[in-house]
Design a protein around this ligand. Structure first.
Ligand code: SF4
Length: 694
């Protein structure tokens, strides 16, 4: 329902859903939002929006919002409402008790890509300065950590190279493992506009996603690969480019590291990397791969856009590096219309990584072992910083089950629903003695919590989000925090209760500290953000207004580095018992674990997760449209209704993961990316069989 009256006032803020980062005008009547209007001057969206940003903000005032702090000694006890002082004091005393009993490294913190930059910065500061260890991680661990690793190795910076507007100058667009129509709708519209103007499209995806064929758009090539074979496909494309003499020789000679190029070239030109040799593995016809490689290398400006279908694999980081190799060898980096463009899922994935919420990196992607960087933070924070990396999220779970990790502060993240192998995560949670959950709802993770701290929605706080194009935009408070404090204030008070003197009057002060300590943010301030509308980092003495396109004259690391990308098959194999491969994704109207969108009218468009199955596989199992089916994997089993569809190829099934009762992560496994531990959500061997309605 769209409200048609006149607002009393309005506030410009940023959508809290996906990594497009659309700007909105929140139109207000008193303290109540009456309408969200896409802001025409927003640089990421230029007045456009999707059904999430425009209509799905009502969760902020939903009756399920938790507004009182609560504690309980055991997770089987009923919750007891207490004052903020009591809850924070109890959490702090429990964390201190655990460290005294089990050691300094027995506790840690997890922050979320839904939080603002300022909040995330504070969580990693709390862990490093008040807990005294590096056991901090972010939910980017389970989505784009391979992007951070892969792009740093090859290009020198853990971020996308372009602006969204850059797609307007692309002649060839390659979409790998991303479904922009559902995941990044406003950017998808811009991409589709360019395709309708004549740009050519290559899609690399196991599923026939919408953009393969939509009104006035027909992909030139859809490489419908078998899940888990991205590296083989990307390397085969490189093979064609190298062996057919389609390389950008001058660019490679001037801009790239010679030794790494020679090693890489001698690897990819081997006959066993050819499309013909890898066809049986990838399932993609060799001729199709050859034609796609030729188009990519010779079609003009070629831009690559990729998503979680690249990163959430046991070789996620390898594929990211393979994508960077493709861009470098064809000279498609460093100007408009080209580049390597990770489509970040959540609103602040880029920002949460930028802010140092990884166990091995301080803000600005600087390793904790770097003594110069550490000294700067030690001087500012007044405490020593551990030079050893801490635990990643999966390591925290393993250590909890092993008995050495006992306490967790989890802000804005529902790890029990969102992380793979739910049974393993639940066992880890139950093994901990103090779990503190800070969230707007009593989520699945809170079922295992001892302290619940009410969180604040994006409408109740000031701060910034950083979108997929490195664009920092202001989040502005439009109403007071419903539970009394904004999230950043809660973290400050927890640090104080722990005895660490954290003290800020506003998020602006936090950003000033971030800017002072982070070279790529030296020029960022709320004043500059208000003047410019938004800023793409790096923003500093060399780039006072920010940096729309990166790596223009030289790569951030100096010379671009080619990395050999050897295909290694995932451990997750199909067998007679588990003959199908399950892959997962999102749908337009819902969002991730659905905690927000399920509590809005968006739920009417998609109110359950379904299993998409090819007609051939459905018939073989006697499954008809709408039937209930059991899905069994090596990790567990769940039940969904079936949608029979040719969008998936035979042998592959697909589901979304927006509803806790669907249990998508009950069946996903512990396999993860070799470099970053990003879970392999995209490949799970399963069996599917009809069952009675549960
Ligand atoms: Fe929000 Fe993304 Fe939709 Fe924009 S495209 S309105 S950022 S969900």
């Amino acid at each position: 329902v769209i409200w048609l009256g006149q607002p009393e006032h309005s506030v410009i803020t940023t959508c809290a859903y996906c990594g497009v980062g659309c700007s909105f005008k929140a139109e207000m009547k008193g303290n109540e939002v009456v309408r969200m209007v896409p802001w025409k001057d927003g640089k990421a969206n230029e007045g456009h929006s999707c059904v999430k940003g425009r209509f799905a903000w009502g969760y902020a005032t939903h009756q399920d919002r938790m507004l009182k702090p609560m504690i309980r000694k055991n997770i089987s006890d009923p919750w007891q409402e207490v004052s903020w002082e009591t809850a924070l004091g109890y959490a702090a005393s429990e964390f201190k008790r655990l460290q005294a009993k089990y050691g300094r490294d027995s506790i840690g913190g997890i922050t979320s890509s839904r939080c603002t930059n300022e909040e995330t910065y504070l969580v990693q500061k709390l862990v490093r300065a008040a807990f005294g260890n590096n056991n901090v991680d972010t939910c980017a661990r389970v989505c784009h950590s391979p992007t951070g690793y892969g792009l740093k190795q090859t290009l020198g910076e853990s971020a996308g190279t372009q602006t969204f507007a850059s797609v307007d100058k692309a002649d060839v667009i390659m979409v790998i493992g991303a479904n922009p129509t559902d995941g990044h709708p406003v950017f998808a519209s811009r991409m589709k506009k360019r395709l309708r103007q004549g740009a050519k499209l290559i899609v690399v995806d196991p599923r026939r996603i919408d953009i393969v064929k939509s009104p006035h758009i027909q992909a030139a090539h859809h490489l419908q690969l078998r899940p888990g074979t991205n590296v083989a496909v990307v390397t085969a494309l490189a093979h064609v480019i190298v062996t057919e003499g389609l390389m950008a020789d001058e660019f490679v000679a001037e801009r790239c590291d010679t030794a790494s190029f020679k090693e890489w070239k001698s690897y990819v030109e081997r006959p066993e990397q050819s499309p013909e040799a890898t066809e049986a593995v990838t399932g993609v016809p060799a001729a199709e791969m050859r034609a796609a490689a030729r188009l990519f290398a010779t079609g003009g400006n070629a831009a690559i856009y990729y998503g979680l279908g690249v990163t959430e694999h046991s070789q996620g980081s390898t594929t990211v590096m393979g994508i960077a190799n493709l861009a470098m060898v064809t000279g498609n980096v460093g100007r408009e219309g080209v580049g390597v463009n990770p489509l970040r899922g959540q609103n602040n994935v880029q920002g949460s990584c930028d802010m140092g919420s990884f166990p091995h990196e301080l803000p600005g992607y600087r390793h904790v072992s770097d003594s110069t960087t550490r000294s700067a933070f030690e001087a500012a924070w007044g405490v020593p910083i551990d030079p050893e990396p801490g635990l990643r999220i999966p390591n925290m779970f393993d250590a909890a089950i092993g008995g050495s990790f006992k306490g967790l502060y989890c802000e804005g993240e529902d790890i029990v629903q969102s992380d793979p192998n739910t049974q393993h995560v639940a066992a880890a949670m139950m093994a901990m003695e103090c779990v503190v959950v800070q969230d707007i709802f009593l989520n699945e993770t809170a079922k295992y919590a001892h302290v619940f701290l009410p969180g604040s929605s994006f409408l109740e706080k000031d701060g910034t989000f950083t979108n997929a194009e490195r664009r920092i935009s202001r989040v502005r408070k439009v109403m007071p925090p419903k539970a009394g404090y904004a999230d950043w204030e809660v973290t400050v008070k927890l640090a104080q209760a722990l005895g660490y003197p954290m003290d800020y009057q506003s998020p602006e002060e936090i950003m000033d500290e971030i800017a002072a300590l982070t070279p790529t943010f030296h020029g960022v301030s709320y004043k500059r953000l208000d003047e410019l509308g938004s800023i793409q980092w790096p923003c500093n003495e060399n780039a006072p207004d920010g940096t729309p396109t990166m790596h223009i004259d030289r790569f951030v690391r100096g010379k671009g580095k080619f990395i050999v990308t050897q295909y290694v098959a995932t451990d997750e194999k199909v067998t007679r018992r588990f003959p199908l491969l399950l892959t997962t994704g999102r749908i337009l109207s819902q969002y991730n674990v659905g905690a927000q969108t399920r509590r809005t009218e968006n739920n009417q468009w998609h109110s359950e997760d379904r299993l998409e199955i090819h007609p051939h596989d459905a018939e073989e199992r006697g499954v008809k449209e709408g039937d209930w089916v059991g899905i069994q994997s090596r990790a567990g089993e769940t039940v969904l209704r079936a949608t029979v569809s040719e969008r998936v190829q035979p042998g592959v099934v697909y589901t979304t993961f927006h509803f806790p009762e669907s249990g998508a992560n009950v069946i996903t496994t512990d396999n993860s990316d070799w470099a970053t531990n990003c879970p392999e959500y995209k490949v799970t061997a399963v069996q599917v069989a009809p069952v009675m309605q549960p």
